[in-house]
Design a protein around this ligand. Structure first.
Ligand SMILES: Nc1ncnc2c1ncn2[C@@H]1O[C@H](COP(=O)(O)OP(=O)(O)OP(=O)(O)O)[C@@H](O)[C@H]1O
Ligand SMILES: [Mg+2]
Length: 275
């Protein structure tokens, strides 16, 4: 089936962000992207982390010469920086900054953090329904670049009060610092890697009412909670999106997508029923 590129409802840029390492950004980016591609949307993943974990998450069948560096610098035709994965409808701009020069390049230019948003993505948007960006787990010029480029941001938050406070200080603090540069997209907080889902409602309420009381207008805590399940690791090992391996993961990823992209809800329901 042809991907729905002509469908003008979409064309949405989503960044998965956090200033904290190891919270699940790359896993989430890969799995949201993989599910949207299997829902038959044309999806571009951008590996916005110079460590390059997302770049090796899926099998690449056609490797481009360029990648992230070319997109951030708006250097050449952005389509030349895009590789193809073995998953239909799923392309990727891999991380290609082995000498770690990109952060310095961005920091040294007044428009360094907004070139991706204002130039490169403007020419890429018509080619994709969804562009999903992974980000680097530190408060740095590259993280600012990927955050500023998004229409919509999702931040995975580990389900404990200390991590929630760190999120507020780190990720929300960073967003407040850079919002003078460009308007910030809607930010969603996602309770991620919950070990006991029974406690999830309690934690989500705590997160919304206490920790984020004064930031309420800025952040919406998503009702869906992603559990800690070994299948997320297994899926990465097998280079597959997690919904292809596990029914519960299909349900969780579908309800997550329905919450952040409500216009896809009935399609997600049909997809879940078909599993
Ligand atoms: N829902 C989950 N359940 C269990 N393990 C998970 C889940 N999501 C991710 N993991 C595992 O947690 C580890 C960290 O995840 P991931 O690499 O996605 O985090 P990250 O935020 O991108 O880290 P970094 O900041 O280093 O880039 C990985 O080993 C991954 O397989
Ligand atoms: Mg990562």
């Amino acid at each position: 089936m042809e991907a729905k590129t002509e469908d003008k409802r979409n064309n949405i840029v989503i960044t998965i962000c956090s200033t904290k390492g190891g919270v699940g950004k790359t896993t989430l980016t890969a799995n949201i992207g993989g599910l949207l591609a299997d829902l038959n949307y044309k999806v571009l993943l951008i590996d916005g982390d110079t460590q390059g974990s997302l770049s090796s998450h899926f099998n690449i069948v056609e490797k481009a010469d360029g990648g992230l560096t070319n997109l951030v610098r708006n250097d050449g035709d952005p389509l030349d920086a895009i590789s193809k994965t073995d998953i239909a409808n799923l392309d990727i701009a891999i991380s290609n900054d082995p000498d770690k020069e990109l952060e310095t390049w961005i920091a040294a230019r007044p428009a360094g953090r907004t070139t991706l948003k204002n130039y490169t993505l403007q020419s890429l948007r018509p080619h994709y329904d969804f562009i999903l960006m992974d980000s680097i787990g530190t408060d740095s010029p590259l993280q600012h670049t990927t955050v500023l480029a998004a229409d919509l941001l999702i931040s995975p938050i580990p389900p404990d009060v200390l991590s929630a406070r760190e999120f507020k200080r780190g990720t929300l603090g960073m967003i407040e610092m850079i919002e003078a540069l460009a308007p910030i997209g809607q930010l969603y907080g996602l309770v991620y890697r919950m070990e006991n889902t029974k406690d999830s409602k309690i934690f989500a309420n705590e997160l919304t009412s206490e920790t984020f009381a004064e930031s309420k207008s800025r952040i919406r805590i998503i009702d869906t909670v992603i559990p800690d399940l070994v299948v997320y690791k297994n899926a990465a090992t097998q280079k597959q999106p997690v919904h292809r391996l596990d029914k519960r993961a299909t349900r969780d990823m579908c309800t997550l997508i329905s919450e952040i992209l409500p216009h896809l809800a009935s399609q997600c329901d049909t997809f879940m029923e078909g599993k």
